[in-house]
Design a protein around this ligand. Sequence first.
Ligand code: PEP
Ligand code: MG
Length: 571
Amino acid sequence: MSVQLNGIAASAGIAISKAFRLETPDLTVVKKTVENVEEELQVFDSALEKSKSELEVIKEKTKNDLGEDHAEIFSAHLLVLSDPELVDTIRQKVKDDKVNSSFALKEVSDTFITMFENMDNEYMKERAADIRDVSQRLLAHILGKPIVSLAELNEEVILIADDLTPSDTAQLNKDFVKAFVTDIGGRTSHSAIMARSMEIPAVVGTKSVTKSGEQGMQVIVDGLEGNVIIDPTEEELAEYRQKLADYEEKKKEWAKLVHEPSKSKDGQLVELVANIGTPNDLEGVINNGAEGVGLYRTEFLYMGRDELPTEEEQYEAYKKVVQNLDGKPVVIRTLDIGGDKELPYLDLPKEMNPFLGFRAIRLCLEKDDMFRTQLRALLRASVFGNLKIMFPMIATLDEFRQAKAILEEEKKKLQEDGKDVSDSIEIGIMVEIPSTAVMAPQFAKEVDFFSIGTNDLIQYTLAADRMNEQVSYLYQPYNPAILRLVKMVIDASHAEGKWTGMCGEMAGDELAIPLLLGLGLDEFSMSATSVLPARSQISQMTKSEAKEVAEKALLLNTADEVKELVEKSFL
Ligand code: PEP
Ligand code: MG
């Protein structure tokens, strides 16, 4: 009998493949005194052999499947495991201190990692990452809890995990990972957002997929409805193969709109642009006919690595995006780290409420060297197209003024150094904190544009953690409170001749689109894959009827009433 699960439809599409369970074993090390040193050394040697032969297999497979280049990393790992400086030092420590080998390994490898991390040479710094990786593998074998890594995947699978961090997601190889399903998470958790830009179907927040899905079992993932079927029957397989074919057919219809403008039935033009996480997402932006980029989340450039990206690296990434968009608008957001996006190498203290903590612009204003490096890279890239700079998590006018002043200082310095910087860069802010939405009329006098970040604005307005499926019933985009805040922001910008976009997930939501059109939103920024369905939807309604419905919605009492009204009027 098949098992049916329901979760949150996080990324559209349907996939049928076999399950691959991603386990994150507990590798906590406890110091112990060992009586029998010889026995402990045997445990260590056998773990060492297992790690080596595992790496040999992975290296060969990688070489065959992906080529010599990709296999090099595993040769480096094998070298580390043969290095007497590391291995003999661990053995000696077990002998001298009579401690367990896992503890000796941790102590010795941590010393090496710190030493390499503090070297000036880039190559040596990278070795720290190799040592960290290899030590984890070795430690897992000593503790009898072998780890499987995403990078080792080399066949088509559906990934099943308790949770995926944004950096796990960044490593996913689309050729092999056909979909993913998690126990926890919400539609606006960053793994879900990334799945959409990578066009990998995903269902999150199923609560129990890791309990039902065994390694290798066949799984159906329906990222359109949020359904997951484990070990499906023949009838279920036939049903979903048909559903997949129908979805492909629909995509062909939408594809006809790829070069069309985004226009309502009565001729109102809006901008439909895309959210991206890395320059690799550009292909999706162009293929899906987006009219620009409304949000480039630069934090992914800082993740999955051991140190801050340099100005040059950032400059290259920003330049690539701006250049490829060939004069179309590109809104680049400055670093928004914090919340569910961590940067372990910044060594920030653990917080009780990371979404309300030391993050985004707060962190950048404090660590201003890091901020200035990013701003310089952005300013230099501005000459290659139509770049706009946006600050995240602005809560007060003071923060905006400080950030802008730093930007102006860096601009002046660059110009004094003879570097070219565009003179027409628009500077805007994300409106994702209620205080800023309420103060929008004051902000509108100083900023060039607003982009409403509903992912956070909803969680802060209703005090419901966007990552917590337990309170997801309170995460209500259609709540009249949210619609009223959105209206305040749009009206405030228009009163000053400025524009308002929206880059939260609500902008691509079929039920929200008529309301947003009716409220006068100028720019809708969404996952690239939502652009064509949104264009098709907007072409089938008039701005005037959307306005009428939006005005009614603002006066309703509950999110459900709003939903009902939109469904009755448009769907
Ligand atoms: C938002 O909060 O709506 C937003 C777009 O930013 P992020 O999802 O990266 O927090
Ligand atoms: Mg946000």
